[in-house]
Ligand binder design. Structure first.
Ligand SMILES: [Zn+2]
Length: 478
């Protein structure tokens, strides 16, 4: 399916609907069916015949089966519909099938079509000497080969189902679509590798789709998947990321920070210096922690990267606003002190008490709050230090991409939103019978693509931003 551009989404309330789900448009009438979830279990028996007899022989056998079934007025391909026939008719149905197909070909289905689902089928095919494990693995092989609607074996199944309807006289061929009769009569003669099959396969599938929306039972399919899902194990897949990163820039950044510390004696008493270099140092320390503690492939690396970004944008924004708001650095500090005061005062006034083991140290907080002036003069603001939202700051700094891509992505990690949970802590299960569900990564196997490249980018941007105020060393030429 083609991807839908963002601009084609329709906003309603706080949701952007795709053209297919717009509640006022198509979405009102369209119910989304899925091949694997709703249709495939109905036709697993056809898949088994084609796969186990071989494509040519299997398709031929099925053609004869359909003809014989039609004579008895039982040409129905859906298992759920077959199971609605009388016991006698069902026995007749399967005896016709077994004229052309050995019973052991359909035997694996008795693992999922247990007597409580259909006793006639079970009695007809069950064999005490069978190996349950072998049968499960045969079913899983079929499920794997047919899991996607566009798979070759799936299309073979569609072809047979189409023929059920053709021979019943229920498929009316429009003369305008002249490729359909040709596709139906030529399909089985060709190998899937033949060029002409590229034209036939979509026709076969879309014809099937038109037919099957009416006659398939979602409940039946769900029941089959549930049984097969229960009796087969999860097979979680891990994507391993372990690229070697170049440490060249990290070394230069390290030396640059050293250079800052050895210079700038003239500026060290200024508030501006404290704020700008404090923030630069904060960004650098986070970068260093990620590198030294090798957090680049973990969740923490992403959350830390977001903090680097946010600190950088505040830094750049303040430098830009400096000419209009001359005391912007003092305001930034006061805002921060206010935030600390709010927490510290609640503890001091014993609204809450924290355990001695807690990370929070009331005394240190008190010291910080009173550092610039007595806390009696420290205001507490609960908004942004200059009332400007983070998005606006990115925009005013000409860093829209940083916000819309990097910051928005990392926010999923910082706030524990599903995309981040799925990417970092859930594994996709490769068992086709489990219809691609996800399982929690209990054993910490999944890692993530490294954040080092992006951290390097923010570190460079930070150095660029402060270059107008702080001299960079000659060796810094990036
Ligand atoms: Zn699973």
């Amino acid at each position: 399916m083609d991807k839908i551009e963002l601009s084609k989404h329709i906003k309603q309330g706080d949701t952007f609907y795709t053209p297919y789900t717009d509640p006022n448009g198509l979405g009102a009438t369209l119910s989304i069916s899925s091949w694997a979830n709703c249709w495939l279990p109905e036709f697993l028996w056809i898949g088994l015949i084609v796969k186990k007899q071989g494509r040519k022989k299997g398709l031929e056998s099925l053609y004869h089966i359909i003809e014989d079934l039609k004579r008895d007025d039982m040409a129905i391909p859906q298992l759920s519909k077959i199971f609605e026939l009388s016991g006698e008719q069902q026995k007749k149905y399967w005896s016709i099938v077994t004229r052309y197909v050995e019973g052991n070909i359909l035997l694996p289905l008795t693992v999922v079509i247990t007597p409580d689902i259909n006793e006639t089928f079970y009695d007809f095919f069950f064999d005490f000497s069978m190996s349950v494990d072998d049968n499960i693995s045969e079913l899983l092989d079929i499920a794997k080969e047919t899991n996607r609607f566009h798979d070759e074996l799936s299309t073979d199944i569609c072809f047979i189902v189409d023929w059920f309807y053709v021979l019943k006289g229920k498929l009316h061929i429009s003369s305008e679509i002249d490729i359909l009769p040709t596709a139906l009569s030529e399909y089985y003669k060709h190998n899937h590798k033949d060029e002409v099959m590229r034209a036939y396969r979509p026709i076969i599938r879309s014809t099937f789709q038109g037919l099957c929306n009416l006659d398939c039972s979602k409940e039946f399919s769900e029941r089959i998947w549930k049984v097969l899902g229960k009796i087969s194990e999860c097979n979680p897949l891990v994507i391993v990321w372990d690229e070697e990163a170049s440490m060249d820039f990290y070394k230069i950044a390290n030396q640059t920070i050293e250079y800052f510390s050895a210079n700038n004696e003239d500026k060290k008493m200024e508030s501006k210096y404290a704020v700008i270099m404090g923030m630069t140092c904060y960004i650098y320390k986070i970068y260093q922690e990620i590198v030294e503690k090798q957090m680049q492939n973990g969740i923490a690396g992403r959350i830390l990267f977001r903090t680097m970004l946010e600190t950088y944008i505040n830094l750049k924004y303040m430098m830009q606003q400096e000419s209009e708001v001359s005391d912007i650095y003092e305001r930034f500090k006061a805002y921060g002190n206010g935030k600390y005061k709010l927490v510290m005062a609640k503890l001091r006034e014993e609204k809450y008490t924290v355990s001695d083991d807690s990370q929070i140290d009331e005394k240190i907080m008190e010291l910080i709050v009173n550092e610039d002036m007595d806390e009696a003069f420290v205001n507490m603001s609960v908004g942004y230090f200059d009332k400007t939202g983070v998005r606006t700051k990115f925009h005013k700094c000409g860093e829209d991409e940083l916000y819309e891509i990097y910051y928005e992505y990392a926010t999923n990690y910082a706030h524990g939103i599903w995309g981040a949970i799925r990417e970092s802590s859930m594994l996709i299960c490769d068992n086709p019978a489990h219809t691609y569900h996800c399982v929690p990564d209990y054993h910490m196997d999944q890692n993530l693509r490294s954040v080092l490249g992006d951290c390097e980018m923010v570190m460079k941007k930070t150095f660029d931003a402060i270059a107008a105020y702080i001299e960079l060393p000659d060796f810094y030429t990036i």
